[in-house]
Design a protein around this ligand. Sequence first.
Ligand code: SF4
Length: 443
Amino acid sequence: MASETRHAVPALPSGRLEEQFPEHAPLLSPAAAAVEASRCLYCFEAPCIAACPTGIDVPRFIKKIATGNLDGSARTILESNLLGYSCARVCPVEVLCVGACVYNHWGQRPIAIGRLQRYATERVVSGGRRVLAAKPRRPGRVALVGGGPASLACAGTLALDGVETVIYERARWGGGLNTLGIAPYKMSAADALVEVAFVQSLGVRLETGVDVGEDVAVDSLLSTFDAVFLGIGLGGDSRLRVPGEAGPGVVGATALIERVKHDPGFVVAPGTRALVVGGGNTAIDAARELSKLGARATIVYRRRREQMPGYEHEVRHALDEGVALLTERAPVAVVRSGEQVTALRVAPARDGIPEPGPETDIAADLIVVAIGQARLAEFVARFPGVTLDARARIMVDPATGRTGHPRVYAGGDGVNGGKEVVNAVAEGRDAARAILAALSHRG
Ligand code: SF4
């Protein structure tokens, strides 16, 4: 039987730009959810389940909505994916569950799985309905470094099994990129913090403003906890490394998104000429955000459109919303008048490599660099036995998330190089299961 528990959610300052963004997929009404749920065919060997990295039993949770069992529906989702509340908003469902729905084969509108998932989880996660019961406390203590989706999923899974967990997060808020870096038209920071509070309500302790390696020594973590999980994500935005880059008017994409979401003093003047350098989903998010705020946004990408790593449907949305796209151009300098950015100088490029040819200046007031994030190699080196691959990703056993250190596990962007929230959740959950097995083995 479900009970009600309210979780304390930290307040955010008002006046933030992200408050101007309407939700792009608002909560369904009960009638709309019932009608949509009744369209599901409850397929045998449903392809939507196979397409979900966390393997949510989609037909099962949808059927529970159709029969009015909302608590049961939420339980079905959360048992596979503790962050089903945020995944319902931020998952690229077009290329996952919704893209796999059988209705697509018949030219029919696929089931709105993400919106139904949000409908099912809303009351539990934000309303304090308790549908998951934690087991009694058992021996074992696990420290988690970083408070993003991988650590939250790992810690929540462990806590439900009775294991003591402590998350150390350097930032002021938990949630990692869910709180700081998701485009606000997909999910607000406030909603991300609601989900963090939900995970805390499962018995997870979250300590924010704690820098592991500075405030808490790595040796002490390894000696006082039975296992350590690294959910450290990626480092700061990569730089263009061209002349003129340093100074005002040039900002990394995740830093920009964070300011839109959290900084009440940050404004984007209407008509701002904004160039976003990059071709991935973060570049597209930043350009769409700026366009929605009234800027004239252009994505500058060094290869052809069909080579962009961002999802095609996201590129289409951006173009439909008025974002311009300039391809096969490579930045060679930021042009300034005094301190003020006035243009980005670009050279023609083929397959991403600048070619000889006339350089041109594209007028700009703001340049957003969205070419990836640095890795945290130095930090990882503090953990003995933990190694990186050639692309500076933490090496783990993919089945367990265990690193080269027998008691250190890892998951999320620091391991996969930067995938979706749902991938981080799956990796955190699977590492938790491996930690539980190891704790049981040790008795
Ligand atoms: Fe329902 Fe579509 Fe999944 Fe079939 S594939 S179970 S119709 S959501």
